[in-house]
Design a protein. Structure first.
Length: 158
């Protein structure tokens, strides 16, 4: 399969996911409940991850990862409760977390993955993420339930 064929297959898969996960606004997690920042690793998974994010949260601050850039962590303009890092590379997700762990205390940390294996998800959880979800394997209802449950437990420990 060449590049154009694989890009088409990826796009067709994304369209199928979009059609199967139509979500009503009342089902989304609002910012008044959990303030979310999404950090994209900027790889080919960004379209799928962005759609998944929009099917779970009503309001999200979007950032794109750049080496040695901590702008996505700043609380100067607004604070955040949850950081979601999205992409296909578990190793890079671990690097993002480990390089910024002191600034991420008391935040819910979620790895949003595409085409991940159980080993990939275990790797990021061992590194310190609270959860790892795959866009193909974690639907809207499950994702909202998991995020709400984790955030509720985290708020109770503060």
């Amino acid at each position: 399969m060449n590049y154009h064929q694989s890009a088409y297959a990826f796009s067709a898969n994304a369209s199928a996911i979009m059609l199967s996960q139509q979500v009503e606004a009342r089902d989304l997690i609002p910012a008044r409940e959990v303030r979310v920042r999404y950090l994209s690793l900027g790889d080919s998974s960004r379209f799928l991850c962005n759609h998944w994010i929009d099917s779970v949260f009503s309001s999200v601050q979007h950032f794109r990862y750049a080496e040695n850039d901590t702008h996505f962590l700043s609380s100067m303009r607004s604070d955040f409760d949850c950081l979601i890092v999205g992409g296909m590379d578990a190793g890079r997700m671990v690097d993002v977390l480990q390089g910024n762990m002191p600034l991420l205390r008391n935040r819910l940390l979620v790895a949003l993955m595409v085409d991940s294996t159980p080993e990939d998800r275990a790797k990021v959880i061992r590194a310190g993420y609270d959860d790892a979800m795959d866009v193909d394997g974690t639907g809207h209802a499950e994702a909202t339930a998991r995020v709400r449950a984790m955030w509720s437990r985290m708020k109770g420990r503060r």
